[in-house]
Write a protein that binds this ligand. Structure first.
Ligand code: NAD
Length: 261
């Protein structure tokens, strides 16, 4: 039997990239998946692809910054499938910029999606998870919570705050006796659609990044998806408030191996 049979999962930013990998992996494990995104064409196409493969998927337009949109999404999902078991707060944006160049509007824009979006989603979904008898919230942070560059100023701060919000939510739920687990995933560099272009892969900064990864390659959306299915499943039944790094070993190395440069 598929690990997530009859489980209903919402994935924000599920139209493409890592969220798309999560959607594909969750469907393969038997979950009914709601793809929530602002990229309507890509989201519809991904849902159609899963349905054609015999899985249950549905696309809903959601801007994670809007509380009303979240309320409508939860209502729509409960009406359609009767329960919700898991929320993957994956939608995220990045503005690589150092602190002196960055504007407060850019900082607010990043916080609005990466932090407030997950906050709104968590608040909206908790009552539904409780009614299902428990569930899992998975917040997609980044290895930039530990590994910083001058240009991760805004992005890293948003993801570090998200990791902390994950833990307080996890403890809140556990102490209430809710069977709701809340964890964060911290991806390192992954080969999503935007990096698949050979010209982008040949760029010196991209090559240098790959060379710095102990495993010598970027992660794949499908690998990220498997981690999401694990945290969504009962296999992770004793795991809450955890930070899972999926980064090929990058975050813990202090120096790139010069022989591989
Ligand atoms: N790809 C990586 O190497 C990497 C590394 C570390 C962390 N991450 C994190 O993983 C997550 C997915 O990143 P990705 O690389 O797949 O990026 P991506 O840009 O390919 O996908 C992000 C998705 O989020 C959606 N989105 C953006 N703003 C939204 C909003 N306001 N409302 C709803 N949806 C919105 C986009 O439309 C898109 O489909 C992000 O949270 C990102 O910060 C990615």
């Amino acid at each position: 039997m598929a690990r997530l049979a009859n489980k209903v999962v919402i994935v924000t930013g599920g139209a493409r990239g890592l969220g798309g990998g999560a959607v594909d992996a969750l469907c393969a494990e038997g979950a009914k998946v709601v793809i929530a995104d602002v990229l309507d064409k890509a989201g519809e196409a991904r849902a159609a692809q899963q349905i054609a493969a015999g899985h249950s998927a549905h696309y809903v337009h959601l801007d994670v910054r809007e509380a009303d949109g979240w309320a409508a999404l939860i209502d729509d999902t409960l009406y359609r499938w009767g329960r919700i078991d898991c929320l993957v707060n994956n939608a995220g944006i990045n503005i690589p910029i150092d602190i002196e160049e960055a504007t407060v509007d850019q900082f607010r824009a990043i916080l609005d999606v990466n932090l407030i979006g997950a906050f709104l989603g968590t608040k909206a979904v908790l009552p539904a998870l409780r009614r299902s008898g428990g569930g899992s919230i998975i917040n997609v942070a980044s290895n930039s919570t530990q590994m910083v560059l001058p240009t991760t100023s805004l992005y890293g701060a948003s993801k570090a705050a998200l990791a902390n919000l994950t833990k307080t939510t996890a403890v809140h739920c556990a102490l209430r006796g809710d069977k709701i687990r809340v964890n964060s995933i911290h991806p390192g560099a992954h080969l999503t659609e935007m990096l698949e272009n050979p010209q982008v892969q040949a760029m010196p900064q991209v090559r240098a990044l790959v060379n710095a990864i102990p495993m010598g390659r970027m992660g794949l959306p499908a690998e990220f998806g498997k981690l999401v299915t694990f945290l969504a499943s009962d296999d992770a039944s004793y795991m809450t408030a955890a930070e899972l790094f999926t980064d090929g070993g990058l975050t813990v190395v202090s120096f790139a191996d010069p022989s591989r440069a």
